[in-house]
Write a protein that binds this ligand. Structure first.
Ligand SMILES: *Cc1c(COP(=O)(O)O)cnc(C)c1O
Length: 411
């Protein structure tokens, strides 16, 4: 062995002397009340701190559990449930890359940032893409889809259940999925921010493909995603003429791991352990009670926001409860309000990708009474110095009153 000096001479670039994370992170963790990622339960955090072998009997059991738990969350008896090492967008890409290819036709229902992402991915794998666009802040309704499908043939129709970018809910989703079925098109649904926060009944609604991420409705660590294919969709996955455009996101290769416990790529074991716990907590709570908790929490927050004197961006009939979009009062600096909320109140919320709104998440662990009080108080506290006419006390009182009426044990 050479001495240290002679080893050191091999590296032309010196090691940077950077401080540890303690100095990078704020002294007090910020409360994540934005559009995701969201806070996680203690069980989830613990599970995410472990590493296990990615192959072998423990992993095999973990995979089987996750599939069973996910069947409940998606409300499906599908055999083809796969996990993905990657963000929710990777699941979207798996759906597009395995169901579309040159010569195939896709209709993208677009009313915002995330619903539009489907079109880029579909075009990327060579499909013919048509977009049915409605202005941001509106919902795609079943009538518009019915009109568009008349006399047309599409292989795939894509939609989001909750358009996180504008806080709008596709309330006609069951009717649209039904139309897709009648027209012989596969309905592909993004349930990233909505899964387990509001009803989604994959089999009963006739949805062919549904996917979600880990860090939003499910309240787990970012970095893994879940997708379920119906038998009809799976048959079409097999019809891909090749070459298959993705290797990691090839559903057939992924099935080796998720069905047959064979190596595809090293699964994100910590993320899957955390997801297991997050899904188990969904089952323990039951979907019915979880939906009620989300609904009450979000409506309480909305009541507080309105009583404070602010305007909610989405009209009530199409308002998404999972992510609440709030108009920024005229003359107020959106970014400065959020920065002030972070630095003075230790609460983070989200801006938007174009609209002058701020967004407060109501997903998973965000729907807890103490968090509601903190975020509302911080919002009022940051808006006041900006000169906005807000009545923080009235908002807090409305929140308190709503919560006391819906029963303390819910949230
Ligand atoms: C966040 C989000 C996505 C993208 O999720 P990533 O994990 O960032 O890839 C897609 N669709 C919706 C509706 C979302 O809210």
């Amino acid at each position: 062995m050479g001495n240290v000096e002679s080893l050191g001479r091999v590296c032309g670039i010196a090691a940077p002397a950077l401080p540890s994370l303690d100095q990078l992170l704020p002294a007090e963790p910020l409360l994540l009340m934005g559009a995701g990622p969201v806070p996680v339960a203690a069980e989830v955090a613990r599970a995410g701190g472990m590493v296990i072998n990615h192959l072998g009997p423990t992993m095999d059991r973990l995979v089987e559990h996750i599939k069973q738990l996910a069947s409940y969350a998606f409300q499906t008896a599908d055999e083809h449930i796969l996990g993905i090492g990657g963000p929710a967008s990777a699941a979207m890409e798996m759906a597009m890359g395995n169901l579309l290819w040159p010569g195939r036709r896709a209709l993208v229902l677009q009313n915002g940032w995330f619903s539009g992402r489907f079109a880029e991915m579909a075009a990327g794998v060579g499909a013919e893409v048509e977009v049915l666009a409605v202005p941001e802040g509106q919902a795609v309704c079943a009538e518009r889809v019915a009109e568009r499908l008349k006399g047309q043939r599409y292989d795939v129709v894509t939609m989001v259940q909750g358009e996180t970018s504008s806080g709008v809910c596709t309330v006609d989703l069951p009717a649209i999925a039904c139309l897709c079925r009648q027209h012989g098109a596969l309905a592909v649904v993004d349930a990233v921010c909505t899964l387990s926060t509001m009803p989604l009944d994959k089999d009963a609604w006739g949805i062919d493909v549904v996917f979600t991420g880990s860090q939003k409705g499910l309240s787990s660590l970012p970095g893994v995603a879940l997708i379920a294919f119906s038998d009809a969709a799976w048959e079409q996955v097999h019809q891909h003429p090749g070459p298959r455009p993705h290797w990691c996101l090839d559903a057939l290769r992924a099935q080796h791991f998720w069905q047959h416990h064979q190596y595809h790529y090293t699964a994100p074991v910590s993320g899957l352990l955390a997801l297991h716990e997050a899904l188990r907590l969904v089952c323990e709570e039951t979907l019915e009670r979880r939906f009620a908790r989300h609904r009450h929490s979000s409506l309480a927050l909305q009541a507080g926001i309105e009583q404070m004197g602010l305007v909610l961006a989405a009209p009530r009939p199409i308002r998404l409860n999972s992510v609440v979009a709030i108009q920024v009062p005229a003359g107020v600096d959106n970014a400065r309000v959020r920065a002030d909320m972070s630095s003075r109140f230790h609460v983070e919320i989200s801006g938007a990708f174009g609209l002058d709104i701020v967004r407060i998440g109501q997903m998973g662990e965000q729907c807890r009474a103490p968090h509601l009080f903190r975020v509302l108080h911080a919002l009022g506290g940051a808006l006041t110095p900006e000169g906005a006419a807000v009545d923080t006390s009235a908002g807090m009182a409305a929140l308190e009153s709503y919560l006391s009426h819906c029963g303390d044990d819910v949230i």
